[in-house]
Design a binder for this molecule. Structure first.
Ligand code: 5GP
Length: 219
């Protein structure tokens, strides 16, 4: 892509586990040529089919901790027992070439980015309901039952942060979701897209699911 003077936008995409964030982001990269996707570093083990350097840089705790010490991350966070972080160099280089960089990261990291770069566009993707999230997460069969429960517990915490995002987008139909995201990023229309009634209903269902999975206690 031709070098431009404009600094590329920083686009942060978060969402509950199982919401299809990865698919949405992949489509945005393939449908539009003004995006680059940041490849994160993590200490979790690769899932079947995941490639080092494509899906993540899979590293040991030691390597990750050294990178923190060296100031190599834009942000980093712990998520269900593992480290995840955004290497700084790739993001800086692409943005200075006028390319919009997408970070697909969880809530703690997203809020760190907002502190550092108030101009970043933060988008939270959700499923239409928590039951739908359960269907997708259980259906993909990539995590143990215990890990899935951990992800619901984490989602319960993440729901409280939805309101800190600039936009909340429901991923019901993939094409619609991708189109809406592109429109939001290009025009940044502003205005409320967080709906407290939706959030309360989602949390209520999440608590039911957690209680079912832990035998009655949602703690
Ligand atoms: P997964 O293990 O399902 O690939 O990712 C777990 C969570 O970590 C997801 O919510 C994902 O968005 C988030 N994540 C992936 N990379 C990063 C990163 O570099 N930083 C932060 N803070 N979260 C990340």
């Amino acid at each position: 892509m031709e070098k431009q003077n404009r600094l590329g936008k920083l686009v942060v995409i978060s969402g509950f586990s199982g919401v299809g964030k990865g698919t949405v982001v992949k489509r945005m990269i393939s449908d539009f040529e003004h995006y680059a996707l940041s490849v994160s570093m993590t200490t979790r083990k690769p899932r079947e089919g995941e490639i080092h350097g494509v899906h993540y840089f899979f590293v040991s705790d030691e390597v990750f901790e050294k990178m923190i010490e060296d100031g190599g991350f834009l942000e980093h966070a712990g998520y269900v027992g593992h480290y995840y972080g955004t290497p700084k160099a790739y993001v800086d280089e692409n943005r200075s070439n006028g390319i919009d960089v997408i970070l697909e990261i969880e809530v703690q990291g997203a809020l760190q980015i907002k502190e550092l770069f108030p101009e970043a566009v933060l988008i939270f993707i959700t499923t239409p309901s928590a039951r739908e999230m359960e269907k997708r997460l259980v259906g993909r069969k990539t995590e143990s039952q215990e890990q899935i429960t951990g992800r619901f517990v984490r989602a319960r915490e993440e729901a409280e942060h939805m309101k800190e995002y600039d936009y909340v987008v429901v991923n019901d139909d993939l094409d619609d979701c991708v189109r809406l995201m592109e429109e939001i990023i290009l025009t940044e229309p502003g205005g409320p897209s967080y709906d407290p009634v939706f959030k309360d209903q989602f949390v209520k269902e999440l608590e039911e699911i957690i209680a079912e999975r832990t035998g009655g206690s949602s703690e």
